[in-house]
Design a protein around this ligand. Structure first.
Ligand code: MN
Ligand code: MN
Length: 289
């Protein structure tokens, strides 16, 4: 009679879970639009729009063992949030693939470190409109605008590339050049197609264990208007779906971040929920085959 609103079809307990959904409602460093702390619950609510059966993959999500752990209590202090995320990840069962719902992009460096400490070095592919390579922003090194820079400092990092780029300061582009950072632009995706660009990104990554971080602003605002820092001329929803389809079988986890529900008429949350469900279905199909 009473329903707790977790992610749709996430009816499994933690012990037997193959997939675990974790909300990270932190938006303490938001620089333009705030409110991504409400992102995880908006994605959960939107997830009920969809059939449990995924027609493309022939997988019924209600047959899978999915656990929604709810949201971590992260407060407003970035240092506290980072420690809490790492501690929380250490408690997750090793066989469950985590799906982290943000929250702003500043959650990702802590996730990468937490997953790396748990099971070894990993490569990271970031989908983002922005380089996020600032040394600091708004008087803090923990800003969402520094997410990739902080990821690159992690000892557990085995490879890095970003894709969908179309914004950054002059200093960030110079720093990327000087340090040989691999990034692929939204224009390259437009001209060459997502498959060709993803092939090149994977060549740069060259690592067994791969983590995917999706800053929703990688999508064009026509598809995902409700994000912290919208940037026109982005990827299509089909492009991001394709990245997930190709990478799902080998990912050790992913996050979907920067949804700001107050600016949404529902379409951004729906797309975020759909992408999370696509990941689960694509991976499950691979396991069945
Ligand atoms: Mn970002
Ligand atoms: Mn971004």
């Amino acid at each position: 009679m009473f329903q707790r609103i977790g992610f749709a079809d996430a009816d499994s307990g933690l012990e037997e879970a193959e997939y675990v959904v974790v909300g990270l409602p932190f938006d303490g460093t938001a620089s333009f639009r705030s409110g991504s702390r409400d992102g995880p619950d908006a994605i959960r609510l939107a997830s009920f729009n969809f059939e449990s059966y995924d027609f493309q993959y022939g997988v019924d999500l209600s047959d899978l063992k999915i656990c929604d752990l709810g949201n971590m209590e992260l407060g407003a202090d970035p240092a506290y949030a980072e420690e809490t995320i790492k501690e929380g990840i250490a408690l997750l069962p090793e066989k469950a693939v985590p799906i982290f719902l943000g929250g702003e992009h500043s959650i990702t460096p802590a996730i990468v470190e937490g997953l790396g400490q748990r099971a070894g070095a990993l490569g990271v592919l970031v989908l983002d409109a922005h380089l996020d390579l600032r040394e600091e922003y708004g008087c803090t090194r923990a800003s969402h605008a520094c997410a990739s820079r902080r990821i690159l400092e992690k000892d557990v990092l085995a490879g890095y590339a970003s894709l969908g780029i179309r914004s950054g300061s002059r200093e960030e582009f110079v720093w990327a050049e000087e340090n040989g950072i691999s990034y692929f632009t939204a224009r390259q995706v437009r001209v060459e197609g997502i498959d060709a660009v993803l092939d090149r990104a994977m060549e740069k990554l060259q690592c067994e264990r791969l983590y995917l971080s999706i800053d929703l602003d990688v999508l064009d605002p026509a598809y995902a208007p409700a994000v912290g820092n919208p940037e026109p001329f982005g990827l299509s929803s089909w492009d991001v779906k394709r990245v997930i389809e190709r990478l799902a079988p080998r990912l050790v986890g992913l996050d979907i971040n920067e949804l700001t529900p107050a600016y949404d008429r529902g379409e951004t949350a729906l797309l975020a929920a759909r992408l999370a469900r696509d990941f689960i279905a694509a991976r499950a199909k691979h396991k069945i085959l």
